[in-house]
Design a protein around this ligand. Structure first.
Ligand code: ACO
Ligand SMILES: Cc1cn([C@H]2C[C@H](O)[C@@H](COP(=O)(O)OP(=O)(O)O[C@H]3O[C@H](C)[C@H](N)[C@H](O)[C@H]3O)O2)c(=O)[nH]c1=O
Length: 229
């Protein structure tokens, strides 16, 4: 089976990781995927819906390998919500950068394609950008004892939709209900803007995240796998 997809360069990632990164965008209108088109890049990533095993097999024949799964959730946005979060400001960036290393271990940004140091730098940058309203719109914090106990970044993706970028309890704060408070913060952010559809993605092995999202009304909307070449 031939794969019809465009190989789209990822400019931000290419500059950040100092590698030529690209993503496959599947389309019946695109020409068949060829090895010369793929060989122009150091890493080509593809997200393949769980309902498309034939595509995954065809990509494997082109040298793609499984990296990680993805589970997409839709979270409810109640009309009236309460939340105890505060928006992050520039003064929070040094502490946020300090507490990121090792947190996103199930990320698809992983060896052998990305080093653990690159992964941690990537999420540090993601958080810092969100505080400045770049890529994600905002970073919201839950504070305890004068310190950051958790953070969640949010991005409006449409008139009625938003997506969580990163969500984590700070080291030492996992398993203490911070995850739920962060979900509530994202829901509150949406409700305040009239956004009714909130999505979040995690990995199938991230049981703490999955239980946390399900406990707050999250419903699985799609499952996929990431493959890289
Ligand atoms: C969009 C994204 O960023 S996806 C990535 C999510 N973030 C991360 O993986 C970062 C590291 N992990 C964390 O920061 C946290 O563990 C979170 C955010 C996933 C969950 O928040 P927490 O405050 O730790 O979880 P909380 O105390 O609310 O518990 C949530 C549920 O997970 C369960 N749980 C907690 N840790 C684990 C674990 N290691 N394995 C399985 N279940 C777990 C809890 O028992 C609870 O389930 P229950 O309600 O059925 O009892
Ligand atoms: C900060 C920033 C990032 N980008 C680019 C770089 C990448 O190409 C994408 C981010 O990847 P994305 O597909 O959005 O992330 P995933 O959904 O696959 O991965 C998730 O897993 C994490 C653990 C976490 N749950 C989070 O949801 C994702 O990382 O964006 C950019 O162009 N500009 C930027 O500023």
């Amino acid at each position: 089976m031939g794969v019809h997809a465009e190989v789209v360069p990822l400019d931000w990632a290419s500059e950040f990781f100092a590698m030529r990164c690209a993503r496959l965008v599947f389309s019946a209108k695109a020409g068949p995927l060829t090895l010369p088109a793929l060989r122009r890049f150091d890493v080509v990533e593809a997200k393949i819906g769980a309902d498309r095993p034939g595509t995954a097999a065809a990509l494997e024949a082109l040298g793609f390998r499984d990296v990680e799964g993805a589970v997409d959730f839709v979270l409810p946005v109640p009309g009236k919500t309460g939340s105890d979060h505060v928006p992050a400001g520039a003064a929070d960036i040094p502490r946020l950068r300090e507490i990121v290393p090792g947190v996103f271990r199930t990320s698809r940004f992983r060896p052998p394609w990305y080093t653990e140091a690159q992964r941690d730098d990537f999420y540090r940058q993601w958080l810092e950008n969100a505080v400045h309203g770049s890529y994600d719109d905002e970073c919201l914090l839950v504070r305890e004892d004068g310190d950051i106990a958790g953070y969640v970044t949010v991005r409006r993706t449409g008139e009625d939709s938003a997506r969580v970028g990163l969500l984590a309890a700070a080291p030492g704060w996992t398993g203490r209900g911070i995850g739920g408070r962060l979900v509530a913060a994202a829901q509150h952010w949406c409700a305040a803007r009239g956004v009714r559809r909130l999505t979040i993605v995690t990995q199938p092995g991230n049981l703490a995240a999955i239980r946390c999202y399900q406990a707050h009304g999250g419903v699985v909307s799609a499952k996929a796998r990431w493959m890289y070449r």
